[in-house]
Write a protein that binds this ligand. Structure first.
Ligand code: KIV
Length: 292
């Protein structure tokens, strides 16, 4: 197994100028592939609401759904840092429930860190979760759990006033003890200022090249989601590959081309004779030739 990545290692990587690579995963097989590829971190994002559960946004995602998927990811991994996203209303209500829910991710999901969205309004929760022994990642800029308040998925911090607030929030989060912060959909100039001001690493998604690391939603970069945004680079088109394979399967089955000989089990002659005797069948009754 490769070296274990911890939240402390994240900070060391920033000091060494090494880029941190994070992707989302919600299941065993993709988590295994991602770890084998050598990325540093997996985020079990609440984006699973849109990407795999078919919700309109991330707001309906529950703790039970998040823990279910976090368990699948941690069963597959050993060396990457697994960060579980705290879903809407699992931490905003009060500090006690925030600590309780963060602890469930560690105890039941075997996650090694949690992520919360927001700045000044969640400082109490960040501090309490961190004090309870759970490393916390922050998330600023376009925070999808505020979609009803924002009204759209447009970038944030494009104007000086909003940008200044995001900088202040980043500093407050660092002071409260987050080990890293995701910056989503903000201009590159703002991301650069924040990255230079903070000792902890920034992980960008739609925040330009100056962040200490980058994250993408796996389903977006593999071409498996409908989501379109300027910052998503599609590295492949898995939707088309899947469609092509399914259509070929459909054709093969309908034409009797599948299963072929190599996909089929065959009984030995001796056992087949015994079966025929036992069932009092003739050769014609059990002929498997095409013309039978
Ligand atoms: O839920 C998620 O996948 C995220 C990423 C967009 C950072 O929060």
């Amino acid at each position: 197994m490769s070296e274990k990545i911890t939240s402390k290692k994240f900070q060391k990587m920033k000091r060494q100028g090494k880029k941190i690579v994070m992707l989302t995963s919600y299941d065993y097989p993709t988590a295994k592939i991602l770890e084998d590829c050598g990325i540093e971190a997996i985020l079990v994002g609440d984006s699973l609401g849109n990407t795999i559960l078919g919700y309109k946004n991330t707001l309906p995602v529950t703790m039970e759904e998040m823990i279910h998927h976090t368990k699948a990811v941690t069963r597959a991994t050993g060396s990457v840092l697994v960060i579980a996203d705290m879903p809407f209303k699992s931490y905003q209500i009060d500090v006690e429930s925030a600590v309780q829910n963060a602890s469930r991710f560690v105890k039941e999901g075997k996650a090694e860190a949690v992520k919360v969205e927001g700045g000044r309004e969640v400082i109490g929760q960040v501090r309490a979760i961190r004090d309870a022994g759970v490393p916390v990642m922050g998330h600023l800029g376009l925070t999808p759990q505020k979609i009803l308040q924002f009204g759209s998925y447009k970038p944030r911090g494009m104007e000086a006033k909003g940008a200044k607030e995001i900088i202040e929030d980043a500093l407050k989060l660092e002071k409260a003890g987050v080990f890293s912060v995701v910056l989503e959909s903000i201009p590159k100039e703002l991301a650069k200022i924040i990255t230079e001001k903070l000792d902890i690493p920034t992980i960008g998604i739609g925040a330009g090249p100056h962040c200490d690391g980058q994250v993408l939603v796996l389903h977006d970069m593999l071409g498996l989601s409908e989501f379109r945004a300027k910052f998503v680079k599609r590295y492949t088109d898995l939707k088309s590959s899947i469609e092509e394979s399914v259509k070929n399967f459909l054709k093969d089955v309908r034409k009797g081309k599948f299963p072929a000989e190599e996909h089929t089990y065959e009984m030995g002659e001796e056992e087949l004779d015994k079966l025929k005797d036992c069932l009092k069948l003739g050769d014609a009754d059990i002929s498997t030739s095409e013309n039978a």
